[in-house]
Design a protein around this ligand. Structure first.
Ligand code: HEM
Length: 162
């Protein structure tokens, strides 16, 4: 297995597999609150890039729901981070932000979708990933759509599974 590229060494704390320790909470102004579980996997092949896959499931039925995959890059010599993301809903996005300690604060810079994507359309996404002092990873996602202002959609914590 390749050595971790120095360009992404400051993201080493993300590498490996994570699984929600308790169901995450899904909310939004226009939907009924829901619960979900999620598995995350972050890996690398020696490039200055982290590869990731996020797979979410209905907490009761275990049915696969939302899926995302993508890449993380860092601007050399800075704490600037970029996420390049594709979602199974037909959405693609670029998020950029900063790494501060073991926390990532990201804002969408670009959002695009397939021509027949379900409405409402997402206009903006903000995310925070934070490694907590107890070793759990926390993700919070907010979004704005073309008919609702920016509000929280997801909150979940994960425990390392490998
Ligand atoms: C609903 C976007 C991640 C589960 C929605 C809606 C949007 C959206 C636009 C419709 C809101 C409305 O009707 O006003 C996103 C984006 C995500 C994301 C941009 C990632 C950045 C997830 C994840 C799950 C999830 C990880 C986990 C299972 C749901 C459910 C609904 C929903 C259950 C309500 C039913 C439905 O409309 O399908 N999401 N979502 N979403 N989302 Fe997400």
């Amino acid at each position: 297995s390749a050595e971790l590229n120095p360009a992404v060494r400051s993201l080493e704390w993300l590498l490996g597999s994570w699984e929600s320790d308790e169901p995450g909470e899904g909310t939004f102004s226009s939907i009924k609150p829901f619960r979900y579980t999620e598995k995350l996997h972050f890996s690398h092949v020696g490039q200055p890039v982290i590869n990731f896959m996020f797979n979410a499931f209905n907490a009761e039925s275990n049915k696969p729901l939302h899926r995302e995959c993508g890449f993380i890059r860092m601007q050399p010599g800075t704490n600037k981070v970029a996420f390049i993301i594709a979602q199974n809903s037909g959405l693609v996005e670029i998020e950029e932000g900063e790494l501060t300690g073991q926390q990532l604060n990201l804002q969408s810079k670009s959002v695009a979708r397939i021509s027949f994507a379900k409405e409402p359309h997402v206009l903006q996404i903000c995310r925070v990933f934070k490694l907590q002092s107890d070793g759990r990873l926390e993700q919070t996602v907010s979004m704005a759509t073309d008919n609702q202002p920016l509000a929280q959609h997801l909150h979940i914590t994960y425990r390392r599974s490998s």
